[in-house]
Design a protein around this ligand. Structure first.
Ligand SMILES: NC(=O)CC[C@H](N)C(=O)O
Length: 221
């Protein structure tokens, strides 16, 4: 585990990036920028073992390779802690392989899903069509909605079924590619790979998250 602080030792928020595998440093940089732009200071922890998640206000579950991430989360006992984080109403952003791991069913025995997001996914469906591409997305709720979000898709999963409690925030090619269920926001693309941090701001600093989440300082009692 490593800890860095963006503003000295007394930060408003503690963010945890699940760092067992995947795009860790990019998410750490993006959450620091997003917090700063919203007037919060943040400490970022990279999480590789159990015991850290319970102290985090926000979590990021990066892309990478979902069978590996799922195996390591289970082996380290981090899986149960993530589920508790979500059950407590604390926000999490899950991207690409993170979305696969968060789903209720990845249709692959090698992925033990966390079941924190009521969607079914097809792991490499976009990847089979084209390994990697960028698409300008219109995303519900982001700042400056007239400016498309540059979404980078890399062997991206396809969301092929969604539960009643899941709302779709963005579509591409008639498929949902950004979804929200309570404190869980998940994307099949990689918002951390561009300097545009509007998606990170939506995941953690949208008005309903600030109001509903038990973690923001204004709402702490
Ligand atoms: N860029 C990604 O995170 C790709 C995820 C990959 N499709 C998997 O199954 O793990």
């Amino acid at each position: 585990m490593t800890a860095e602080t963006s503003s000295g030792t007394d930060a408003d928020l503690r963010a945890g990036v699940i760092a067992v595998q995947g795009n860790v440093s990019e998410h750490a940089a993006a959450i620091k920028r997003a917090a700063f732009e919203n007037g919060f200071s943040v400490i970022v922890e990279q999480i590789r073992q159990a015991g850290v998640v319970p102290n985090c206000d926000l979590l990021l579950l990066p892309g990478g390779e979902s069978t590996t991430i799922s195996r390591l989360l289970k082996r380290e006992g981090i899986d149960a802690e993530i589920k508790q984080h979500v059950a407590a109403g604390k926000p999490i952003l899950a991207t690409c392989a993170g979305l696969i791991v968060s789903s209720s069913d990845a249709k692959d025995d090698r992925v033990t899903t966390l079941d924190i997001l009521d969607v079914t996914v097809d792991r490499n469906a976009f990847g089979r069509q084209k390994d990697s591409f960028e698409a300008p997305l219109s995303i519900d709720g982001i700042d400056d909605p007239e400016t498309p979000f540059p979404a980078v898709f890399i062997r991206a999963p396809l969301i092929d079924a969604i539960g009643d409690d899941v709302s779709v925030l963005a579509w591409w090619d008639e498929n949902p590619v950004a979804v929200r269920q309570g404190p869980v926001l998940a994307t099949s693309f990689h918002p951390e790979l561009t300097p545009d941090d509007r998606l990170h701001r939506l995941a953690f600093f949208a008005e309903e998250i600030i109001t509903d989440s038990p973690v923001h300082p204004e709402t702490d009692v």
